[in-house]
Design a protein around this ligand. Structure first.
Ligand SMILES: [Fe+2]
Length: 446
Protein backbone atom coordinates (compact mmCIF):
# COMPACT_ATOMS: atom_id res chain seq x y z
CA UNK A 1 0.00 0.00 0.00
CA UNK A 2 1.57 3.27 -1.12
CA UNK A 3 1.50 6.04 1.52
CA UNK A 4 -0.30 9.35 1.23
CA UNK A 5 2.15 12.19 1.79
CA UNK A 6 1.05 15.05 3.99
CA UNK A 7 3.22 18.10 3.28
CA UNK A 8 2.96 20.98 5.72
CA UNK A 9 5.18 23.61 7.30
CA UNK A 10 2.95 23.63 10.35
CA UNK A 11 3.55 20.57 12.55
CA UNK A 12 0.20 20.86 14.34
CA UNK A 13 -1.69 21.16 11.08
CA UNK A 14 0.24 18.20 9.61
CA UNK A 15 -0.80 16.11 12.60
CA UNK A 16 -4.44 17.13 12.23
CA UNK A 17 -4.49 16.25 8.53
CA UNK A 18 -2.67 12.97 8.94
CA UNK A 19 -5.05 11.78 11.67
CA UNK A 20 -7.95 12.07 9.25
CA UNK A 21 -6.16 10.47 6.31
CA UNK A 22 -4.71 7.66 8.49
CA UNK A 23 -8.25 6.34 8.97
CA UNK A 24 -8.10 4.97 5.40
CA UNK A 25 -4.45 5.06 4.30
CA UNK A 26 -0.83 4.83 5.37
CA UNK A 27 0.50 8.36 5.91
CA UNK A 28 3.95 9.98 5.73
CA UNK A 29 4.41 13.56 6.98
CA UNK A 30 7.08 15.68 5.30
CA UNK A 31 8.28 19.23 5.83
CA UNK A 32 10.78 19.85 3.03
CA UNK A 33 10.70 20.06 -0.75
CA UNK A 34 13.60 17.59 -1.03
CA UNK A 35 11.70 14.93 0.89
CA UNK A 36 8.72 15.56 -1.37
CA UNK A 37 10.86 15.00 -4.48
CA UNK A 38 12.31 11.78 -3.05
CA UNK A 39 8.98 10.29 -1.95
CA UNK A 40 6.87 11.54 -4.85
CA UNK A 41 7.05 8.46 -7.05
CA UNK A 42 6.34 5.99 -4.30
CA UNK A 43 3.28 7.75 -2.93
CA UNK A 44 -0.42 7.27 -3.70
CA UNK A 45 -1.23 10.96 -3.29
CA UNK A 46 0.16 14.23 -1.97
CA UNK A 47 -1.93 16.38 0.35
CA UNK A 48 -0.50 19.86 0.55
CA UNK A 49 -1.26 22.24 3.30
CA UNK A 50 -1.25 25.80 1.92
CA UNK A 51 1.63 26.66 4.30
CA UNK A 52 3.84 24.28 2.32
CA UNK A 53 2.74 25.76 -0.99
CA UNK A 54 3.37 29.31 0.24
CA UNK A 55 6.90 28.33 1.25
CA UNK A 56 7.95 26.92 -2.14
CA UNK A 57 5.71 28.80 -4.58
CA UNK A 58 3.93 28.06 -7.83
CA UNK A 59 7.00 27.63 -10.06
CA UNK A 60 8.35 24.82 -7.85
CA UNK A 61 5.10 22.87 -8.16
CA UNK A 62 4.74 23.67 -11.85
CA UNK A 63 8.10 22.05 -12.58
CA UNK A 64 7.33 19.14 -10.25
CA UNK A 65 4.05 18.39 -12.03
CA UNK A 66 5.65 18.36 -15.49
CA UNK A 67 6.79 14.79 -14.86
CA UNK A 68 4.63 11.76 -14.00
CA UNK A 69 3.22 12.26 -10.51
CA UNK A 70 0.50 11.06 -8.15
CA UNK A 71 -2.53 13.31 -7.63
CA UNK A 72 -2.01 16.50 -5.62
CA UNK A 73 -4.74 17.77 -3.33
CA UNK A 74 -4.26 21.14 -1.69
CA UNK A 75 -6.01 22.55 1.35
CA UNK A 76 -6.56 26.18 0.63
CA UNK A 77 -8.43 29.10 2.26
CA UNK A 78 -11.61 29.72 0.26
CA UNK A 79 -10.95 33.44 -0.24
CA UNK A 80 -7.62 32.81 -1.99
CA UNK A 81 -9.16 32.63 -5.46
CA UNK A 82 -5.94 33.45 -7.34
CA UNK A 83 -4.08 30.49 -5.82
CA UNK A 84 -7.06 28.20 -6.52
CA UNK A 85 -6.92 29.22 -10.19
CA UNK A 86 -3.11 28.84 -10.32
CA UNK A 87 -3.06 25.33 -8.87
CA UNK A 88 -6.00 24.13 -10.96
CA UNK A 89 -4.17 25.31 -14.06
CA UNK A 90 -1.22 23.08 -13.27
CA UNK A 91 -3.47 20.08 -12.56
CA UNK A 92 -3.86 20.04 -8.78
CA UNK A 93 -7.09 19.35 -6.94
CA UNK A 94 -8.17 21.51 -4.06
CA UNK A 95 -10.45 21.44 -1.09
CA UNK A 96 -11.45 24.52 0.94
CA UNK A 97 -9.74 25.02 4.27
CA UNK A 98 -12.81 25.91 6.30
CA UNK A 99 -12.74 25.69 10.12
CA UNK A 100 -14.07 22.14 10.21
CA UNK A 101 -12.49 20.75 7.07
CA UNK A 102 -11.55 17.21 8.15
CA UNK A 103 -14.63 15.36 6.90
CA UNK A 104 -14.61 17.14 3.56
CA UNK A 105 -10.89 16.50 3.13
CA UNK A 106 -11.31 12.79 3.83
CA UNK A 107 -14.18 12.48 1.32
CA UNK A 108 -12.36 14.43 -1.39
CA UNK A 109 -9.11 12.50 -0.95
CA UNK A 110 -10.89 9.14 -1.05
CA UNK A 111 -12.90 10.16 -4.08
CA UNK A 112 -9.76 11.16 -6.02
CA UNK A 113 -8.00 7.91 -5.09
CA UNK A 114 -11.08 5.87 -6.06
CA UNK A 115 -11.12 7.52 -9.47
CA UNK A 116 -7.41 6.80 -9.98
CA UNK A 117 -7.98 3.15 -8.98
CA UNK A 118 -10.83 2.85 -11.45
CA UNK A 119 -8.67 4.25 -14.26
CA UNK A 120 -5.84 1.87 -13.39
CA UNK A 121 -8.16 -1.15 -13.31
CA UNK A 122 -9.64 -0.15 -16.62
CA UNK A 123 -6.22 0.22 -18.21
CA UNK A 124 -5.28 -3.19 -16.84
CA UNK A 125 -8.44 -4.72 -18.35
CA UNK A 126 -7.56 -3.37 -21.76
CA UNK A 127 -3.95 -4.55 -21.46
CA UNK A 128 -5.11 -8.04 -20.49
CA UNK A 129 -7.44 -8.10 -23.46
CA UNK A 130 -4.73 -6.92 -25.85
CA UNK A 131 -2.38 -9.59 -24.58
CA UNK A 132 -5.04 -12.22 -25.14
CA UNK A 133 -5.79 -11.00 -28.67
CA UNK A 134 -2.08 -11.11 -29.52
CA UNK A 135 -1.93 -14.71 -28.31
CA UNK A 136 -4.93 -15.59 -30.43
CA UNK A 137 -3.51 -13.84 -33.49
CA UNK A 138 -0.26 -15.73 -33.06
CA UNK A 139 -2.16 -18.99 -32.76
CA UNK A 140 -4.22 -18.14 -35.84
CA UNK A 141 -1.11 -17.38 -37.92
CA UNK A 142 0.51 -20.64 -36.79
CA UNK A 143 -2.62 -22.45 -37.88
CA UNK A 144 -2.43 -20.72 -41.25
CA UNK A 145 1.15 -21.91 -41.61
CA UNK A 146 0.12 -25.50 -41.14
CA UNK A 147 0.59 -25.69 -37.41
CA UNK A 148 -2.53 -26.81 -35.64
CA UNK A 149 -3.87 -24.57 -32.97
CA UNK A 150 -4.33 -26.49 -29.79
CA UNK A 151 -7.80 -26.03 -28.41
CA UNK A 152 -7.68 -25.83 -24.64
CA UNK A 153 -9.31 -28.75 -22.84
CA UNK A 154 -12.50 -26.86 -21.96
CA UNK A 155 -13.04 -25.39 -25.44
CA UNK A 156 -15.76 -27.11 -27.43
CA UNK A 157 -15.09 -27.51 -31.16
CA UNK A 158 -17.82 -25.07 -32.20
CA UNK A 159 -16.31 -22.42 -29.94
CA UNK A 160 -13.12 -22.14 -31.98
CA UNK A 161 -13.52 -18.92 -33.95
CA UNK A 162 -11.63 -17.40 -36.83
CA UNK A 163 -12.08 -13.60 -36.83
CA UNK A 164 -10.89 -11.18 -34.18
CA UNK A 165 -14.43 -10.06 -33.48
CA UNK A 166 -15.53 -13.59 -32.84
CA UNK A 167 -12.46 -14.04 -30.69
CA UNK A 168 -13.60 -11.18 -28.47
CA UNK A 169 -16.81 -13.03 -27.79
CA UNK A 170 -14.93 -16.28 -27.54
CA UNK A 171 -12.53 -15.05 -24.87
CA UNK A 172 -15.33 -13.25 -23.07
CA UNK A 173 -17.44 -16.38 -22.90
CA UNK A 174 -14.48 -18.14 -21.40
CA UNK A 175 -14.20 -15.45 -18.72
CA UNK A 176 -10.84 -14.18 -19.92
CA UNK A 177 -11.69 -10.50 -20.20
CA UNK A 178 -11.51 -8.37 -17.09
CA UNK A 179 -14.50 -6.11 -16.86
CA UNK A 180 -14.55 -2.40 -16.06
CA UNK A 181 -15.53 -1.14 -12.63
CA UNK A 182 -18.64 0.76 -11.65
CA UNK A 183 -18.06 4.38 -10.54
CA UNK A 184 -17.40 4.42 -6.81
CA UNK A 185 -19.68 7.32 -5.98
CA UNK A 186 -22.73 5.39 -7.23
CA UNK A 187 -21.77 2.37 -5.10
CA UNK A 188 -21.26 4.52 -2.01
CA UNK A 189 -24.58 6.25 -2.58
CA UNK A 190 -26.35 2.89 -2.77
CA UNK A 191 -24.68 1.83 0.48
CA UNK A 192 -25.89 5.03 2.16
CA UNK A 193 -29.42 4.37 0.95
CA UNK A 194 -29.21 0.81 2.23
CA UNK A 195 -28.31 2.28 5.63
CA UNK A 196 -31.36 4.59 5.48
CA UNK A 197 -29.32 7.79 5.26
CA UNK A 198 -31.48 10.92 5.35
CA UNK A 199 -31.61 13.74 2.79
CA UNK A 200 -29.17 15.85 4.76
CA UNK A 201 -26.55 13.08 4.95
CA UNK A 202 -26.98 12.36 1.24
CA UNK A 203 -26.57 16.07 0.52
CA UNK A 204 -23.34 16.24 2.52
CA UNK A 205 -22.01 13.24 0.64
CA UNK A 206 -22.90 14.47 -2.85
CA UNK A 207 -21.57 17.98 -2.21
CA UNK A 208 -18.05 16.65 -2.72
CA UNK A 209 -18.73 16.19 -6.42
CA UNK A 210 -19.24 19.49 -8.21
CA UNK A 211 -20.46 17.86 -11.45
CA UNK A 212 -23.10 15.83 -9.63
CA UNK A 213 -24.23 18.78 -7.52
CA UNK A 214 -24.63 21.15 -10.44
CA UNK A 215 -26.41 18.57 -12.60
CA UNK A 216 -28.86 17.75 -9.82
CA UNK A 217 -29.65 21.44 -9.39
CA UNK A 218 -30.28 21.78 -13.16
CA UNK A 219 -32.46 18.65 -13.26
CA UNK A 220 -34.51 19.88 -10.29
CA UNK A 221 -35.21 23.07 -12.24
CA UNK A 222 -36.20 21.20 -15.42
CA UNK A 223 -39.79 21.20 -16.68
CA UNK A 224 -40.55 17.81 -15.11
CA UNK A 225 -39.74 18.94 -11.56
CA UNK A 226 -39.89 22.70 -11.80
CA UNK A 227 -41.36 24.47 -8.76
CA UNK A 228 -42.41 28.07 -8.15
CA UNK A 229 -38.92 29.13 -7.20
CA UNK A 230 -35.63 28.26 -8.80
CA UNK A 231 -33.40 25.89 -6.83
CA UNK A 232 -29.99 27.39 -6.27
CA UNK A 233 -28.24 24.87 -4.07
CA UNK A 234 -27.89 21.12 -3.71
CA UNK A 235 -30.01 20.90 -0.55
CA UNK A 236 -32.95 22.54 -2.31
CA UNK A 237 -32.45 20.32 -5.37
CA UNK A 238 -32.44 17.09 -3.37
CA UNK A 239 -35.41 18.31 -1.35
CA UNK A 240 -37.43 18.76 -4.53
CA UNK A 241 -36.28 15.60 -6.30
CA UNK A 242 -36.63 13.33 -3.28
CA UNK A 243 -34.33 10.43 -2.54
CA UNK A 244 -35.59 8.08 -5.28
CA UNK A 245 -35.13 10.57 -8.12
CA UNK A 246 -31.85 11.84 -6.70
CA UNK A 247 -30.58 8.26 -6.85
CA UNK A 248 -31.81 7.96 -10.46
CA UNK A 249 -29.90 11.02 -11.60
CA UNK A 250 -26.76 10.19 -9.65
CA UNK A 251 -26.83 6.84 -11.46
CA UNK A 252 -27.25 8.67 -14.77
CA UNK A 253 -24.34 11.03 -14.07
CA UNK A 254 -22.11 8.14 -12.95
CA UNK A 255 -23.06 6.10 -16.01
CA UNK A 256 -22.32 8.99 -18.33
CA UNK A 257 -18.65 8.80 -17.39
CA UNK A 258 -18.51 5.25 -18.76
CA UNK A 259 -19.30 6.38 -22.31
CA UNK A 260 -15.73 7.27 -23.18
CA UNK A 261 -13.20 6.16 -25.78
CA UNK A 262 -10.00 7.51 -27.24
CA UNK A 263 -11.10 6.36 -30.69
CA UNK A 264 -12.73 9.44 -32.25
CA UNK A 265 -14.46 7.34 -34.87
CA UNK A 266 -16.43 5.56 -32.15
CA UNK A 267 -17.30 8.67 -30.14
CA UNK A 268 -20.37 9.31 -32.29
CA UNK A 269 -21.65 5.79 -31.68
CA UNK A 270 -21.11 6.03 -27.94
CA UNK A 271 -22.86 9.40 -27.89
CA UNK A 272 -25.88 7.90 -29.67
CA UNK A 273 -25.85 4.90 -27.36
CA UNK A 274 -25.77 7.23 -24.34
CA UNK A 275 -28.77 9.18 -25.63
CA UNK A 276 -30.59 5.93 -26.35
CA UNK A 277 -29.92 4.68 -22.81
CA UNK A 278 -30.84 7.97 -21.14
CA UNK A 279 -34.03 8.23 -23.21
CA UNK A 280 -34.94 4.65 -22.36
CA UNK A 281 -34.35 5.31 -18.65
CA UNK A 282 -36.52 8.39 -18.79
CA UNK A 283 -39.42 6.57 -20.48
CA UNK A 284 -39.12 3.88 -17.79
CA UNK A 285 -39.45 6.65 -15.21
CA UNK A 286 -42.53 8.10 -16.93
CA UNK A 287 -44.12 4.65 -17.04
CA UNK A 288 -43.18 4.01 -13.43
CA UNK A 289 -44.79 7.32 -12.40
CA UNK A 290 -47.87 6.88 -14.64
CA UNK A 291 -48.74 3.22 -14.15
CA UNK A 292 -49.12 3.25 -10.39
CA UNK A 293 -51.27 0.11 -10.41
CA UNK A 294 -48.30 -1.88 -11.74
CA UNK A 295 -46.66 -1.52 -8.36
CA UNK A 296 -43.14 -1.65 -9.74
CA UNK A 297 -40.86 -2.24 -6.81
CA UNK A 298 -37.78 -2.20 -9.05
CA UNK A 299 -35.64 0.76 -10.02
CA UNK A 300 -36.74 0.77 -13.65
CA UNK A 301 -34.98 4.06 -14.43
CA UNK A 302 -31.59 2.50 -13.71
CA UNK A 303 -32.65 -0.69 -15.50
CA UNK A 304 -33.39 1.41 -18.60
CA UNK A 305 -30.06 3.15 -18.21
CA UNK A 306 -28.14 -0.12 -18.05
CA UNK A 307 -30.09 -2.36 -20.44
CA UNK A 308 -27.53 -1.88 -23.26
CA UNK A 309 -24.43 -1.80 -21.07
CA UNK A 310 -23.09 -4.84 -22.94
CA UNK A 311 -23.24 -2.90 -26.19
CA UNK A 312 -21.25 -0.08 -24.62
CA UNK A 313 -18.53 -2.37 -23.40
CA UNK A 314 -18.27 -4.27 -26.68
CA UNK A 315 -18.02 -1.04 -28.67
CA UNK A 316 -15.30 0.22 -26.33
CA UNK A 317 -13.27 -2.96 -26.78
CA UNK A 318 -13.65 -2.75 -30.53
CA UNK A 319 -12.76 0.95 -30.53
CA UNK A 320 -9.59 0.22 -28.62
CA UNK A 321 -8.64 -2.76 -30.77
CA UNK A 322 -9.14 -0.76 -33.93
CA UNK A 323 -7.09 2.11 -32.58
CA UNK A 324 -4.24 -0.31 -31.90
CA UNK A 325 -4.66 -1.83 -35.37
CA UNK A 326 -5.75 -5.13 -33.90
CA UNK A 327 -8.89 -4.78 -35.95
CA UNK A 328 -8.18 -3.57 -39.47
CA UNK A 329 -9.73 -0.40 -40.90
CA UNK A 330 -11.21 -2.48 -43.69
CA UNK A 331 -13.72 -3.98 -41.25
CA UNK A 332 -16.98 -2.15 -41.90
CA UNK A 333 -18.62 -0.26 -39.04
CA UNK A 334 -21.86 -2.09 -39.82
CA UNK A 335 -20.10 -5.38 -39.07
CA UNK A 336 -18.83 -4.06 -35.74
CA UNK A 337 -22.26 -2.71 -34.77
CA UNK A 338 -23.89 -5.94 -35.84
CA UNK A 339 -21.52 -7.94 -33.66
CA UNK A 340 -22.23 -5.65 -30.71
CA UNK A 341 -25.94 -6.00 -31.40
CA UNK A 342 -25.88 -9.78 -31.50
CA UNK A 343 -23.76 -10.33 -28.41
CA UNK A 344 -24.54 -7.41 -26.12
CA UNK A 345 -27.11 -9.18 -23.95
CA UNK A 346 -24.65 -11.87 -22.88
CA UNK A 347 -21.85 -9.34 -22.33
CA UNK A 348 -24.12 -7.01 -20.37
CA UNK A 349 -25.44 -9.78 -18.17
CA UNK A 350 -21.92 -10.88 -17.26
CA UNK A 351 -20.91 -7.30 -16.53
CA UNK A 352 -23.83 -6.74 -14.15
CA UNK A 353 -23.09 -10.06 -12.49
CA UNK A 354 -19.54 -8.88 -11.91
CA UNK A 355 -20.87 -5.62 -10.51
CA UNK A 356 -23.08 -7.69 -8.19
CA UNK A 357 -26.37 -6.28 -9.46
CA UNK A 358 -29.52 -8.16 -8.42
CA UNK A 359 -30.90 -10.91 -10.63
CA UNK A 360 -33.82 -8.66 -11.66
CA UNK A 361 -31.35 -6.33 -13.47
CA UNK A 362 -29.51 -9.20 -15.11
CA UNK A 363 -32.79 -10.54 -16.50
CA UNK A 364 -33.58 -7.14 -18.04
CA UNK A 365 -30.21 -7.02 -19.79
CA UNK A 366 -30.55 -10.63 -20.94
CA UNK A 367 -34.09 -10.50 -22.32
CA UNK A 368 -34.98 -6.91 -23.28
CA UNK A 369 -34.53 -7.80 -26.95
CA UNK A 370 -35.70 -11.37 -26.69
CA UNK A 371 -38.78 -11.79 -24.54
CA UNK A 372 -39.41 -15.24 -25.99
CA UNK A 373 -36.30 -16.57 -24.28
CA UNK A 374 -37.45 -15.49 -20.79
CA UNK A 375 -39.23 -18.14 -18.74
CA UNK A 376 -41.25 -15.43 -17.02
CA UNK A 377 -41.65 -11.72 -17.77
CA UNK A 378 -41.71 -9.25 -14.87
CA UNK A 379 -43.51 -5.93 -15.10
CA UNK A 380 -40.12 -4.23 -15.07
CA UNK A 381 -39.09 -6.23 -18.14
CA UNK A 382 -42.30 -5.20 -19.94
CA UNK A 383 -41.53 -1.57 -19.06
CA UNK A 384 -37.93 -1.68 -20.34
CA UNK A 385 -39.00 -3.60 -23.44
CA UNK A 386 -41.59 -0.99 -24.34
CA UNK A 387 -39.29 1.95 -23.50
CA UNK A 388 -36.53 0.51 -25.66
CA UNK A 389 -38.87 0.19 -28.64
CA UNK A 390 -40.39 3.61 -28.13
CA UNK A 391 -37.11 5.52 -27.99
CA UNK A 392 -35.81 3.65 -31.05
CA UNK A 393 -38.97 4.55 -32.95
CA UNK A 394 -38.22 8.20 -32.16
CA UNK A 395 -34.71 7.92 -33.55
CA UNK A 396 -32.79 7.59 -30.30
CA UNK A 397 -30.79 4.61 -31.46
CA UNK A 398 -27.46 3.56 -32.85
CA UNK A 399 -29.05 3.41 -36.30
CA UNK A 400 -27.21 0.19 -36.82
CA UNK A 401 -28.46 -3.13 -37.99
CA UNK A 402 -31.48 -4.20 -36.05
CA UNK A 403 -32.56 -0.65 -35.24
CA UNK A 404 -33.75 0.64 -38.60
CA UNK A 405 -36.96 -1.37 -38.72
CA UNK A 406 -37.94 -0.05 -35.28
CA UNK A 407 -38.67 3.37 -36.72
CA UNK A 408 -41.68 1.97 -38.53
CA UNK A 409 -43.02 0.03 -35.59
CA UNK A 410 -46.62 0.50 -34.43
CA UNK A 411 -45.96 0.94 -30.74
CA UNK A 412 -49.55 0.53 -29.66
CA UNK A 413 -49.60 -2.89 -31.22
CA UNK A 414 -46.56 -4.24 -29.42
CA UNK A 415 -46.87 -7.02 -26.89
CA UNK A 416 -45.46 -4.84 -24.11
CA UNK A 417 -47.85 -1.93 -24.83
CA UNK A 418 -50.79 -4.32 -24.71
CA UNK A 419 -49.57 -5.89 -21.49
CA UNK A 420 -49.04 -2.49 -19.86
CA UNK A 421 -52.42 -1.24 -21.11
CA UNK A 422 -50.99 1.67 -23.12
CA UNK A 423 -53.24 3.31 -25.70
CA UNK A 424 -52.33 5.68 -28.54
CA UNK A 425 -53.01 8.90 -26.65
CA UNK A 426 -50.92 7.78 -23.66
CA UNK A 427 -48.05 6.90 -25.97
CA UNK A 428 -48.29 10.30 -27.68
CA UNK A 429 -48.13 11.94 -24.24
CA UNK A 430 -45.01 9.93 -23.35
CA UNK A 431 -43.40 10.94 -26.63
CA UNK A 432 -44.00 14.63 -25.93
CA UNK A 433 -42.52 14.32 -22.46
CA UNK A 434 -39.49 12.47 -23.80
CA UNK A 435 -38.86 15.04 -26.54
CA UNK A 436 -38.99 17.82 -23.97
CA UNK A 437 -36.66 15.97 -21.60
CA UNK A 438 -34.12 15.13 -24.29
CA UNK A 439 -34.13 18.74 -25.42
CA UNK A 440 -33.58 19.94 -21.87
CA UNK A 441 -30.94 17.36 -21.08
CA UNK A 442 -28.69 18.55 -23.94
CA UNK A 443 -25.42 19.45 -22.32
CA UNK A 444 -26.69 18.53 -18.86
CA UNK A 445 -24.89 15.20 -18.61
CA UNK A 446 -21.44 15.88 -19.97
FE1 LIG B 1 -31.63 -0.60 -26.20
Amino acid sequence: MKPVIVASKDAKEAQKISEIIAKDHKVAIIESSNRLKILLNISAMVILDHSFYEQYGLSFFRSLLKNPHPPFLMLIPVHDIQTIVDIMEIGMHFTPKVPDYQKLLRLTANNILDQINEQEQRQKSVLDLKKRVEELEKAASEEKNGLHRKASPEAKPHEVKSSILDEIVFVFNRGEIKLPTLPQIGIKFQKMMDKDANLQQIGEFLKQDVAISSTLISVSNSAYYRGITENKNLGQAIGRLGLKSTKRYVDAICNRSLYATKNKKFLGYLEKLWKHSLACAYVCQILDDSLVTLDLDSDTFTMGLLHDIGKLFLLQIMADLQLKKKIGDQVEDSELLNTANIHHAKFGAALLKKWKFPESFIRIVSYHNNLEAADSISNALWVVHFSNLMVKSMGFSLDGIGDAQQKEIDLQDTESARHLGLDASMIEGFKDKLSEFMEESQGLFT
